[in-house]
Design a protein around this ligand. Structure first.
Ligand SMILES: NC(=O)C[C@H](N)C(=O)O
Length: 496
């Protein structure tokens, strides 16, 4: 029974809760048991069973009183990047050691207000910098999927690796993620779940530890598209505390899921056929095209000419913003402070604290970011990258102006890889994971990853759909049609 309950989707659990077939306390207890049995996945880095049970009891009362919003009583995990009041919120970094914020991020507060039950905090790459969850101070989360009988542990992707692992392993019904360059979509694709990064500005960034503020967005990571629609609706709101939060009504995303995409135009960007892309990814993409065509969509070839500059532009802009955002971790205001030697002054305190508190990847990005923003190099790197970003955005605008409703691409250039396989390699190899996803962040568009098949070794592969700004409802509906056609039902075999 325990496992059956945790396997529920948000939609099925919502209906069962409302029908009185299950209580939130039962669902929550089942998840807490599953979490305790899955320490090998290292997905949850702080468990909050007391908070969970208290919220579950309150949710059951609301359900009994007949005033239950969609997420009421649904047990979820929260990525460690979200500040949660009184609960460790470390962005998986040593520098935030011991940090327990006194405030709650707007998104996690919205979820709590909607009755969602927080089970704990989820593992991630340090400050969301990475694609394998290996930069976490807690050690990596593990993908519940394995290659056939091979017992090599695989990455769940990153940076929202703990969220992906937990949802795929049915430790919780859904989880929050954040996506700066692919951090929701790549781990979703690596673990056979669904993840949507909404339009920039849809979810408030307030209370989410900042990485690259012009790119960061929160979004749901769920077992299917319907759940993504339900949870996204509960996460987003206009928030005066975030100046980039959109003052727009939040549509009923779930109501948009008709599966009818007849007459929609789907663009296939020529530039996303990357050199050296595995045949399996090409084949999956072709199948995706066919599925959408069979559902009545018109498939057209499109060109996004500046695509090849997206990755280098991202890896200038994101570190530049990170170097500025991370300047606040100085040993004075938050978390870790180094032990000082006699005679050390404030400069030594900053230097030692930051040297001890940050991991290698974070240091690399702070150094790159500081370099590209420095007086002599600002125009050559940062300003040029900003111009490239404008061109990438214009590429998408041109295509949408020609009547394209959504764009179909692979979500990742490969299936999940083995832990450690890329860790010490050239960092650019890790950055290549983001080739299909960073364009979407640079242009501020909504993008969703949907599981669409298995590779030869039995690992999940995902397709990405990119939509027009603010049209998540339409994008979710196209993703729903793709999901129905792909019929992806595979689950990882339980080994943990
Ligand atoms: N945060 C993200 O979206 C992950 C991306 N791979 C990065 O390291 O920047």
């Amino acid at each position: 029974m325990t496992n059956e309950l945790t396997k529920m989707t948000i939609a099925t659990a919502r209906d069962a809760l409302r029908a009185g077939e299950v209580t939130s306390v039962e669902l929550t207890e089942a998840c807490l048991t599953a979490i305790d049995g899955a320490d090998a996945l290292n997905a949850f880095v702080h468990k909050t069973p007391d908070i969970a049970l208290e919220r579950a009891r309150a949710a059951d009362d609301r359900i009994k009183a007949g005033e239950a919003p969609a997420m009421c009583g649904i047990p979820v995990g929260i990525k460690d990047l979200f500040c949660t009041s009184g609960v460790p919120s470390q962005a998986a970094s040593g520098i935030l050691d011991g940090f327990r914020p006194e405030y709650e991020s707007t998104v996690s507060q919205n979820l709590a207000d909607a009755g969602a039950v927080m089970l704990g905090k989820l593992n991630m790459d340090e400050f969301a910098m990475g694609s394998s969850n290996e930069t976490s101070v807690y050690g990596n989360a593990v993908n519940p999927w394995r290659r056939g009988d091979d017992d090599t542990n695989l990455t769940p992707g990153g940076s929202s690796g703990g969220s992906a692992s937990a949802v795929a392993a049915d430790l919780c019904l859904a989880a929050t993620g954040t996506d700066t360059g692919g951090s929701i979509r790549q781990p979703a694709a690596f673990t056979g779940i669904t993840g949507i990064k909404p339009t920039y500005g849809r979810c408030s960034r307030w209370g989410i530890v900042a990485f690259a503020s012009s790119l960061d967005q929160a979004g749901p990571m769920t077992k299917d598209v319907r759940d993504a629609a339900i949870m996204l609706g509960a996460m987003c709101s206009h928030d005066p505390k975030d100046s980039t939060s959109a003052d727009l009504p939040v549509p009923d995303f779930e109501a948009a899921l008709t599966g009818d995409i007849k007459g929609k135009t789907i663009g296939i960007p020529r530039e996303y056929h990357m050199d050296g892309m595995p045949q399996e990814i090409e084949d999956l993409w072709t199948r995706g095209k066919e599925m959408l065509a069979d559902a009545g969509a018109k498939i057209v070839d499109i060109t996004l000419p500046h695509t090849k500059y997206a990755l280098p532009a991202y890896y200038v802009i994101a570190p530049a913003e990170a170097s500025s955002n991370l300047a606040r971790y100085d040993g004075v205001r938050y978390g870790h402070r180094a032990k000082l030697a006699q005679g050390d002054g404030i400069t030594e305190m900053y230097e030692k604290t930051r040297a001890e508190g940050f991991g290698d990847e974070v240091k690399r990005r702070v150094m790159i970011g500081t370099y590209v923003l420095s007086a002599g190099f600002y125009d050559a790197y940062y300003n040029r990258a900003r111009k490239v970003r404008a061109l990438i955005k214009k590429d998408f605008e041109d295509v949408f102006a020609q009547g394209v409703d959504a764009i179909l691409t692979p979500a990742t250039p490969s299936a999940a890889f083995g832990l450690g396989e890329m860790k010490d390699a050239d960092p650019v190899r890790m950055y290549l994971n983001d080739v299909f996803t960073v364009t979407v962040n640079l242009a501020g568009l909504p993008g969703i990853a949907v599981p669409a098949g298995l590779d030869k070794q039995g690992l999940p592969l995902g397709l990405q759909l990119i939509g027009r700004p603010w049209e998540e409802a339409d994008l979710l509906n196209t993703a729903y049609a793709l999901e129905q056609a792909a019929g992806f039902v595979a689950k990882p075999a339980k080994w943990w």
